[in-house]
Design a protein around this ligand. Structure first.
Ligand code: PMP
Length: 304
């Protein structure tokens, strides 16, 4: 395959049928988003946000992109911004993995840290302040921008449908951080076939199931406020997965499937196994593995 630009490799990731015991003889298929060039599902978003703003003439070659991010969106944005020679400032709560921050810097972005205890809300407030203070800046604001779910509605969901040709899908399971992935997928699959259950995954310490917000080690998912994208989206079930459960699946995937997945993927796998318990036998469950464990090796991902 001859390509001219690394961004050509965004999307069209493999969908793997996991060779593992699943309750009720069902099967779990996972979209391997680690195969995007920046290593995560958020390359799709970075590319979509920047090209959308460029086409709408909201940004020009002098614009500074500013965004609050847990990391992967920052990498995706830095990758996309490089194509247009834009400078990028990423506002990251200190707690997020050092590997992701190194990659953002390597791609040419600058990082501004906010205190871990202020969470993503602290990063959002800081990014808004920086945007007010910086001439010709653009804040894509993944947490509010309808282009976020749209990116997944346009790319990820239809890829899955075409990967599976005429296979009947019983449920789609996806984690929520900004909520963009789940909202885009849920909208697409509800339109495609209203019998498909759309199931969201969060870690303990996230508030979707009515729990109290607190720190967790599963990285990339978990919400401190209900994503605005969830307003018109059908949620059939919300699974709240503990760090222990998520990390157990991360280790299982490495040891038995040769899959080096991040903790949000582990949570998605744990929730998919739970989903199989209440679906009829021989169901097909589709989930998303957003990134790889390689960007969490400095954390205790393999020895919680
Ligand atoms: N997993 C990982 C590793 C992520 O970085 C993100 C994005 N924060 C997600 C899952 C959740 O995606 P979304 O923001 O679309 O809900």
């Amino acid at each position: 395959m001859l390509i001219k630009n690394i961004n050509e490799l965004i999307g069209q990731t493999p969908l793997i049928e996991l060779q593992m015991p699943v309750p009720n003889h069902s099967r779990i298929l996972a979209k391997l988003e680690m195969f995007n060039p920046g290593g995560s599902i958020k390359d799709r978003l970075g590319q979509y946000l920047i090209s959308d703003a460029w086409q709408r003439k909201i940004i020009n070659s002098e614009t500074t992109i500013i965004e609050p991010t847990a990391g992967n969106t920052g990498i995706g944005l830095a990758l996309a911004a490089q194509q247009y020679h834009l400078s990028t400032i990423l506002v990251v709560p200190e707690k997020f993995s050092v590997e992701k921050q190194q990659l953002m810097l390597a791609l040419g972005a600058s990082i501004v840290h906010t205190p871990s205890e202020k969470g993503i809300k602290g990063a959002i407030a800081k990014a808004k302040q920086l945007a007010r203070e910086t001439d010709n800046s653009y804040l894509p604001m993944q947490f509010e921008n309808p282009a976020n779910p749209e990116a997944y509605y346009q790319t990820l969901a239809p890829e899955i449908v075409s990967d599976l040709a005429n296979t009947k899908i019983s449920a789609v399971v996806a984690g929520a951080g900004s909520g963009g992935t789940f909202a885009g997928m849920a909208k697409y699959f509800n339109e495609y076939d209203s019998n498909i259950q759309t199931i969201v995954v969060e870690p303990e310490g996230s508030i979707l199931n009515g729990g109290k917000a607190h720190a967790h080690q599963t990285e990339g998912i978990g919400v401190e406020f209900i994503p605005p994208f969830f307003e018109n989206v059908r949620i059939d079930q919300t699974f709240t997965i503990s760090d222990q459960q998520a990390f157990q699946q991360v280790r299982y995937a490495a040891q038995h499937l040769g899959l080096l997945i991040g903790s949000s993927s582990g949570a998605a796998l744990a929730a998919s196994l739970e989903t199989a318990k209440f679906l009829p036998p021989y169901s097909t469950i589709v989930t998303v593995f957003p990134d790889s464990s390689e960007r969490y090796l400095s954390t205790n991902i393999y020895n919680l």
